[in-house]
Ligand binder design. Structure first.
Ligand code: AMP
Ligand code: GLY
Length: 421
């Protein structure tokens, strides 16, 4: 099987590495990829916002399967274009990708499916903003209704901060979603979905804030771990029954079946799970830890999903133990990152590349905000965490920053779902 992966992050590096382990894969390409992916797959240039360019590349390269990593091309219709060219594609149609591309569409689907999520209100007229905010209580949650690479959300108890964020979005022509704050630990659940068949992967947790102790602004994700030692053993099954299967069925009912990876971002509140958001693709950086533990050959699984044969697949197999990843970010991230700095130690085992490129003189340099995602595995979370941080010590990038507390509270037994009283 010839597999073409679209994207250039550490998520795609993890996907490409897992595909390379599958004996059915005979050739691997990635577009546009990065300096780390180049060691495992042939790289091709691609404008990922151009669906027909991806379909042309897939035809030219004679791909049997295309795996689309990021949300932007999916929302733009890349999977539709690839399938129209007669090539199997892992990733939802533009119509189904709206589950991520429009938060109001997602809310509407959840309401119809009877799935619990935060109560919310959409504001598209600045004159209505103050009245809408007054209907909520702190902490305020203010979001961009459309795609924002994880950075469109402000959670603040300060009304002025919430209002200022909403005003900036509205001034830029973006409708704003205001919603109730959900209290409890967050869970990322990835599910393979082909229409109504839903197969969950291991639940994971990511760290969205830039600083230790969940301080500072939101980012695309600064680290992750899996599995969740503090969660019930059947958490994934419960979440499929209560959340993901009803949403998948509702999308089928609406004539927009979802086919690909449906990612539910949830909070486990005192009164049960509630959805924060759906994503239409693998999460980054959670993929780096989930795939580090998956033993089932990935290409066969993704092709079964892409061709509607998921129901016939054997149960997934997982390694024992745990995985932790720590993201190394460039100076300035999540604001404008400094790029072009030389990185050393980035070829080591467990070091996945995100924003990197190889310069003409052969040096690997930073080329984005999240630069590397360093993965460690171990018999338990404490060991996996120690391994990730040990590997991180071998990497150097001037001005970079990373969190020092990824998975620390979970490893210390300090994470729990709040109790109902
Ligand atoms: P989103 O872009 O919707 O994934 O939100 C980014 C992050 O903001 C989430 O991972 C949460 O940490 C936080 N967040 C978003 N919505 C809520 C909410 N309703 N209650 C609490 N935290 C939230
Ligand atoms: N880890 C968050 C995301 O991929 O959206």
């Amino acid at each position: 099987m010839r597999v073409l992966v679209v994207g250039s992050g550490a998520r795609e590096h993890a996907i490409v590495l897992a595909l390379a382990q599958d004996p059915e894969v005979t050739a691997l390409a990635c577009a546009p990829g990065n300096a780390g992916i180049a060691a495992v797959a042939e790289l091709h240039g691609l404008d990922v916002t151009d669906p027909s360019a991806a379909a042309d590349l897939a035809k030219e390269w004679r791909a049997d399967l295309v795996v689309v990593g990021p949300e932007v091309p999916l929302v733009a219709g890349m999977a539709d274009a690839v399938r129209a060219a007669g090539i199997d594609c892992f990733g939802p149609s533009a119509a189904a990708a709206r589950i991520e591309g429009s938060k109001s569409f997602a809310k509407d689907v959840m309401a119809a499916a009877g799935v619990r999520t935060a109560d919310s209100e959409i504001v598209d007229n600045p004159a209505r903003l103050d009245a809408a905010l007054a209907r909520f209580s702190p902490p305020y949650v203010v979001k961009d209704d459309g795609l924002a690479a994880g950075k469109g959300v402000v959670v603040s108890s300060d009304l002025e901060v919430a209002r200022a964020h909403a005003s900036t979005l509205l001034d830029g022509g973006h409708p704003v979603l205001i919603e109730d704050f959900l209290d409890g630990p967050e869970v990322s659940l990835f599910c393979l979905v082909d229409g109504e068949t839903v197969v969950p992967l291991l639940p994971a947790q990511d760290f969205k804030r830039v600083g230790d102790g969940d301080s500072g602004p939101n980012t695309g994700g600064m680290g992750a771990y899996a599995p969740l030692p503090w969660a019930a053993d059947d958490l994934a099954g419960q979440l499929v029954d209560q959340v993901v299967a009803p949403v998948a069925a509702e999308l089928v009912r609406r004539g927009v079946p979802f086919q690909g990876l449906l990612y539910a971002g949830l909070v486990l509140t005192a009164t049960g799970p509630a959805v924060i958001e759906f994503n239409c693709r693998f999460g980054d950086p959670e993929t780096q830890v989930v795939l580090a533990l998956l033993r089932t050959p990935l290409a066969q699984l993704l092709r079964a999903t892409a061709t509607g044969k998921l129901a016939g697949e054997a149960p997934l197999e997982w390694a024992d133990g745990a995985a932790v990843t720590v993201v190394v970010a460039a100076e300035g991230y999540p604001g404008t990152p400094r790029v072009g700095d030389v990185i050393t130690g980035a070829e080591a085992e467990g070091v996945l590349h995100a924003g990197t490129r190889r310069r003409d003189d052969g040096a690997v340099v930073s080329a984005g905000g999240r630069v590397l995602s360093v993965v460690g595995t171990g018999a338990d979370l404490a060991e996996a965490r120690a391994e990730a941080y040990r590997r991180l010590e071998g990497v150097h990038l001037a001005g970079s920053h990373h969190r020092t507390d990824i998975a620390a509270r979970a490893a210390a037994g300090e994470v729990a779902v709040p109790s109902a009283e």
